[in-house]
Design a protein around this ligand. Structure first.
Ligand SMILES: C[S@@+](CC[C@H](N)C(=O)[O-])C[C@H]1O[C@@H](n2cnc3c(N)ncnc32)[C@H](O)[C@@H]1O
Length: 235
């Protein structure tokens, strides 16, 4: 069993504001420069049609907007996050086309059924009331729309467990090298280790959305240590 992780929303918000200035650099180092490749691969796997309007929830520093714009300029992305400082960086990184909204995923300022495509990478596990977030995702998604979730995937394979331990150790080492307070990254490690398997997540999506968000397809990375799961909203 993973250690119980404190996901108090105010603390989480403060933490992301605090780490925003070095969040991108740390992501590069701790993933050995693979996180953007994985995000790109998952977005290609989602297969977003031309001229779509995509909502990127928990958008952080706006990596996904940048990647999608490189894949296909005709796609419009709206990024949403509740950390002011993460969004400031997202706006700087996407100066040409920036549509970023400061809001909480638990209460999004959108009409029902507004988006065909909703994506989230490494965000949902930071939410205490995950079921509410899933209901809100389901609410703003059009019938027949798709939702992409990308995050660590708890699984029992030995190789995945070893990779996860290596990741935890290198994160600690990079914090020391870059003189970064380990407490925030200790949270990220614990929240990763405490998170669900793709299978449990699929069950949770189904029950929290009253059966509307159904599993569509999935793709694993690094021996399934990270997994992209696509859900479809039933008609
Ligand atoms: C680990 S970062 C992921 C950022 C980005 N998606 C990526 O893959 O690099 C998680 C993000 O979720 C945001 N977040 C956490 N809880 C949130 C909430 N309830 N509503 C909106 N954003 C939230 C944080 O501010 C942070 O930017």
């Amino acid at each position: 069993m993973g250690e119980k992780v404190d996901k108090n929303p105010e603390k989480i918000n403060l933490m992301f504001d605090e780490i925003s200035s070095y969040y991108d650099k740390m992501n590069d180092f701790i993933s050995f420069f693979t996180h953007k490749l994985i995000k790109k691969s998952a977005l290609i796997f989602l297969n977003i049609p031309k001229n779509s309007k995509v909502l990127d929830i928990f958008c952080g520093t706006g990596d996904n907007t940048k990647i999608i714009q490189k894949i296909d300029k005709s796609i419009t992305v709206v990024g949403l996050d509740n950390s002011k400082k993460m969004l400031e960086i997202a706006k700087k990184k996407n100066s040409e086309k920036s549509d970023f909204i400061l809001a909480n995923v638990l209460n999004m300022p959108f009409l029902d059924c507004e988006f065909d495509y909703i994506i989230e990478t490494f965000g949902l596990r930071n939410v205490e009331k995950r079921e509410l977030a899933i209901k809100e995702i389901s609410r703003v998604m059009k019938k027949g729309g798709y939702f992409l979730h990308l995050d660590f995937n708890k699984n029992n394979s030995i190789i995945s467990k070893i990779l996860s331990k290596i990741f935890n150790f290198t994160t600690f080492v990079f914090c020391k090298i870059l003189k970064i307070d380990f407490k925030n990254y200790d949270y990220l490690i614990k929240s990763k280790d405490d998170f669900l398997s793709a299978e449990s997540l699929i069950e949770e999506f189904k029950s929290a959305s009253s059966g509307k968000l159904e599993f569509y397809k999935k793709k694993g990375y690094f021996f399934n240590t990270v997994c992209a799961v696509v859900f479809k909203k039933s008609n």
